[in-house]
Write a new protein. Structure first.
Length: 71
């Protein structure tokens, strides 16, 4: 499950619009909002794209996308 709080921190830090991020991740805006709100799970390819967008370490990536519970 996605740790939405940590994901939102990374979104804020990158200073890109939701439209820019969704385009980088190869998804539509409805999919972006569904994923970033925790309503649906990220695909592996999307996690890798987010890792690149935010320049995440493996540890940070795992904290955000591979947690057992959602904050």
């Amino acid at each position: 499950m996605t740790n939405v709080s940590l994901l939102r921190e990374e979104i804020q830090k990158c200073h890109k619009s939701p439209t820019e991020i969704a385009a980088e991740w190869g998804m539509s805006m409805p999919t972006y909002y569904s994923r970033t709100s925790g309503n649906s799970e990220f695909k592996a390819s999307e996690i890798m794209a987010a890792t690149k967008t935010f320049n995440l370490t493996r540890t940070r990536r795992d904290q955000i996308f591979l947690t057992k519970s959602v904050n």
